[in-house]
Write a protein of this length. Sequence first.
Length: 168
Amino acid sequence: SAKLAEGTDVLLGHEVKQVDYSGERVDVLTNHGSFQAGHVLVTVPLGVLQAGRVAFNPSLPKAKRDAIRDMRMGVFNKVFLRFDSVFWDQEDELIAYMGGEDEDWPEIVNFHRIAGVPVLLAFSAGTIGEKNEARSDVELVKCLMDCLRKMYGQGIPEPAGHLVTRWN
């Protein structure tokens, strides 16, 4: 997306195709027309820039192009587990497990506290997140459930559903 200096947002659903900034004003060309402003802040994912999905006219300086090419996004995946009921401490927003080096789930968010639904959200980041991207959903759910069973006992229920993000 892009935010124009005068406060006009290029809305979600508007795919930014080109940014012309060669004159006194900036023209942002999208799949739904163009927008003009004196200045523009373009905020798109690094992958979009690396793929060349947004053209800049004139092209960005070489140092910026090199930085975009050489940058790498870190992995920050999420695994959501939905249960039929809450078996964990309902008032805690964050559940932390300080286990051995092999533990993949150091932080788990209690969505029941936040949104009133029996859902836990676990984060998987960095090199462990990269390793977890190669695992199947079934393996990830089992691994997370093994961690939860270390905290809450073997008798906790299986999740009723799950959702896994894979950002790489």
